[in-house]
Ligand binder design. Sequence first.
Ligand code: ZN
Length: 296
Amino acid sequence: MTTDPVPAAEPGPATAPVPAAGPVVRYERNGPVATVTMNRPEYRNAQNSRMTYALDDAFGEAAADDGVKVIVLAGAGEHFSSGHDIGTPERDAHRPFARRAGLWWDHSDKAGAEQRFARESEVYLGMCRRWRELPKPLIARVQGACVAGGLMLAWVCDLIVASEDAFFADPVVRMGIPGVEYFAHPWVMPPRVAKEFLYTGDRMSARRAHEIGMVNHVVPRGELVDRTTALAERVARMPRLGLALAKRAVNQAEDLQGLHAGLDAAFGLHHLAHAHNAETASDPLGGMDVRAMKDA
Ligand code: ZN
């Protein structure tokens, strides 16, 4: 394990060319398999609100298309996702957006905890719950970094296929915050492993993630696309309703094991930490910007 998590969304140097404008999420369908690809590789697929709603559009399209049986969630480039966008030029956390995950009011003209709670209830916890309930199997195809907010995207998927170079980390305890907003840690890994994962912020290798049951398969990087597609196509041979009901049965079991209530409880602690930071430090991230996280 190393102690240098990939920082979320580092802006490029001032001289870097402006990346070509393109969709932040790509959607492709090949037979019964839809592939939804996060497409901000220049920022390690850091998730801004624009990407969040583009993901939601893509999942909505896949859910509505009777020809789609299985959905693969992927990240373009070297990394699956470096987490939430805390520092790219297209960071849009303070802009308004049309809410879809719940009926919280517009955060953008509010202040303090009201602003943060409304926003994160929608774009982080709410959206993750919404996607977890998508009634078709969702498979994460993970390479490189899957860090902080990136974990949330992988964890809402039903299956995870990782390449040998993939790694997982939640370093936000460095910000004084007890983990990312979708606090599934003690459900996707044993509690003692979850504590070490949080206490150290260290990277967990794909092999270790497989050993503890957090990912389904670890494959060579060069085989990641083909192996994930093969698994998706195999799952796609099952009947649609059978898959939807099996997914729901397992999700319900996780909720009976406390996942739903646990997420709400941890979300409250998460916002206590944001509020503490806002009161005592320079900002709700405890002064830990992209550079500081990289240096830590
Ligand atoms: Zn937060």
